[in-house]
Design a protein around this ligand. Structure first.
Ligand SMILES: *Cc1c(COP(=O)(O)O)cnc(C)c1O
Length: 379
């Protein structure tokens, strides 16, 4: 089916077999979400009331005391830190990013560092990095805590190590009355994670709205303790517009707020097991088309916290004589339509996730992947 607007602007569709990555447009919103956004578009409304309703919904679904729609999990990261800095002090919120008189140090484990963590620093904070690249000891937390400690961050992302559990970090932090903030942007599915980190006692948690939840790409969820969520509101546009220095560039429009609310309701009603089963069937079709190629180890990897959904992973054995991972990837990208696959992780493997494949696209991927793998096998 040709999309008229895409034709007019000369934009090309791609097949996304590499999950809800930002560069390919996040996730696809269900039609109900798109319809709700269109319904919200021609209406003026009270954004404070809308946000309060959205906050209540987020609180109910996450089990947190309070919630707020934010402009992506990255904005959630910014607002969590700003909230810890200012509390309910309007003067402080007006002063940021000048942090004079405020605590600024975020304790972060080296094994949790990633390419998103710069957002934590935006309000004017700095990291106190502890631990080694793959391990942290408990005493390092207590050793790092000082009078300038603002909060402890805890980050869930693929291939991160968690030498100390979130619950234990919370226990340590709360001994010193220090809040723990969690970036769990892409941790859904499993759906249970929406409540898990809050139930373990995290003070605030942020999730992307445009990844597994299937809301608008630039939306996100922030949830946590009432006083801290109120402080996050103080730093974000819709509540105290004259003071919201930090949150102003991260405002969320009414269409996105409504869209995320509907997406959350749908997510709650989703039969996640049936969804998983369908993803698995798509994956198995791909696996079956390439499973007997010499030199390759083709596996279905399920329930690995580093993998989104039941993925097909292709490892290259020592006796592999075919094209390299890079060549295969390029070949798929250069075809029509371009196919984006995932690569890397444990080694230089290729992985294909069904979570962003539309029904039927698995056949196209299976076919083109097989051709790419069997190409130039003498090389
Ligand atoms: C995607 C992601 C983010 C950013 O989330 P947005 O909703 O795109 O702003 C932050 N942290 C991690 C670990 C992520 O995976």
């Amino acid at each position: 089916m040709k999309n008229k607007i895409f034709q007019r602007f000369g934009i090309e569709k791609v097949i996304n077999a590499s999950s809800w990555v930002t560069v390919l447009g996040g996730n696809i919103m269900p039609q109900e979400v798109v319809t709700a956004m269109a319904e919200a578009a021609p209406i003026f409304l009270d954004m404070v009331k809308l946000n309060n309703k959205a906050g209540k919904l987020i609180a109910r679904i996450t089990g947190a005391e309070a919630g707020l729609v934010v402009n992506g999990a990255s904005a959630g990261q910014v607002l969590m830190v700003a909230a810890c800095m200012t509390g309910n002090d309007e003067a402080k919120a007006a002063q940021l990013p000048n942090t004079k008189g405020m605590k600024t140090e975020i304790i972060i484990q080296r094994c949790h560092r990633n390419r998103y963590d710069g957002a934590f620093l935006l309000p004017g904070a700095n990291f106190n990095e502890i631990g080694k690249s793959s391990n942290t000891s408990e005493w390092e937390f207590e050793n790092a805590i000082n009078e300038n400690t603002l909060c402890i961050s805890y980050i869930y992302a693929p291939f991160h190590k968690h030498p100390i559990t979130l619950s234990r970090v919370i226990e340590l932090a709360h001994k010193y009355n220090i809040p723990v903030i969690v970036d769990a942007a892409a941790e859904i599915p499993p759906s249970g994670n929406l409540r898990k980190f809050i139930s373990e006692g995290a003070d605030m948690v942020t999730f992307s709205g445009g990844k597994g939840i299937k809301g608008p790409q630039s939306s996100g969820i922030l949830c946590g303790k009432t006083d801290l969520i109120d402080a996050a509101k103080l730093n974000s546009l819709n509540y105290h517009s004259h003071h919201a220095n930090i949150g102003r560039p991260m405002k969320v429009c009414k269409e996105e707020i409504i869209g995320l609310m509907v997406a959350l309701e749908l997510f709650e009603k989703t039969d996640h097991e049936a969804q998983w089963k369908f993803w698995k069937e798509q994956s198995m079709k791909i696996l079956n088309s390439i499973k007997n190629i010499e030199g390759l180890q083709v596996c279905l990897e399920e329930y690995d916290p580093n993998r989104q959904g039941p993925q097909i992973v292709i490892y290259f054995n020592h006796n592999w004589r075919g094209p390299s991972q890079k060549v295969i990837q390029m070949e798929l990208l250069e075809g029509n339509p371009p196919i984006h696959i995932g690569y890397g992780g444990y080694k230089d493997e290729i992985w294909i996730t069904p979570v962003t494949l539309k029904p039927g696209e698995e056949d196209v991927v299976a076919d083109r992947l097989k051709k790419a793998l069997l190409n130039n096998t003498s090389k």
